[in-house]
Design a protein around this ligand. Structure first.
Ligand SMILES: Cc1cc2nc3c(=O)[nH]c(=O)nc-3n(C[C@H](O)[C@H](O)[C@H](O)COP(=O)(O)O)c2cc1C
Length: 195
């Protein structure tokens, strides 16, 4: 198949959509963010990239903490609205059941099946973007999504979680069927997988 060069496009798709939360002047605020990634499992690290003029950034810069809330597709209208309007002009906290993390002074959205309370470790500014590297201090998950995985509690059924995915085609998607297992499928190719 012939390749077409698109130039400088960060075409890593799809991405999960999250709501990044912070308290700004005492009020919870949430920005929709697609520029999010795991930066490590142990230590537990995440990266998010926000435009520096976002209201949410004011709270993050002041407190050096933020939350990452992972919504389900049932929340799509409220999630998209968080990407359409700034906390400077709307009280987005009124759209959600907001609770405090307990561990850090960050707002969590109760309706989101997964909530991460994060401590800011580094901020790298690239032009107008702030790339934030943070340690996950606490991860909360809806009990009904968790299963025992050999003594470790984990989300086994991502379709029940039903996170929102996003493509650079400006469309939202949902997750499909599982197709295989990590550190297993490759065994058909290499006889002695080392992990
Ligand atoms: C699908 C979608 C994805 C978005 N992803 C990001 C992102 O990764 N980083 C970012 O800074 N803004 C992103 N935005 C824009 C912000 O969510 C939006 O500007 C928001 O109003 C900022 O809110 P705030 O000013 O209350 O912080 C996205 C918006 C949409 C609709």
């Amino acid at each position: 198949m012939k390749k077409i060069t698109l130039g400088e496009v960060p075409l890593v798709v799809p991405v999960p959509i999250v709501l990044v939360g912070s308290y700004v002047d005492g009020r919870a605020n949430f920005a929709e963010v697609g520029d999010v990634a795991i930066a490590g499992i142990k230590p537990a690290l995440v990266m998010v990239s926000l435009a520096e003029n976002h209201h949410t950034m004011c709270g993050i810069r002041a407190a050096k903490v933020f939350s990452v809330n992972i919504p389900s597709t049932t929340m799509l209208d409220r999630v998209d609205a968080c990407g359409m309007v700034s906390g400077r002009v709307a009280d987005k906290s009124a759209w959600f059941d907001v609770v405090d993390s307990g561990r850090l002074d960050v707002p969590l959205i109760r309706e989101c099946p997964v909530n991460l309370a994060c401590e800011l470790l580094r901020e790298v500014q690239v032009e107008h973007r702030c790339v934030l590297v943070a340690k996950v201090v606490e991860c909360q998950v809806d009990e009904m999504l968790l299963e025992d995985d050999g003594g470790r509690r984990a989300i086994k059924d991502l379709q029940a979680f039903d996170p929102i995915l996003y493509g650079l085609d400006n469309r939202y998607y949902r997750i499909g069927d599982p197709i295989g297992e990590g550190y297993n499928e490759g065994g058909k190719i290499c006889a002695n997988p080392v992990g």
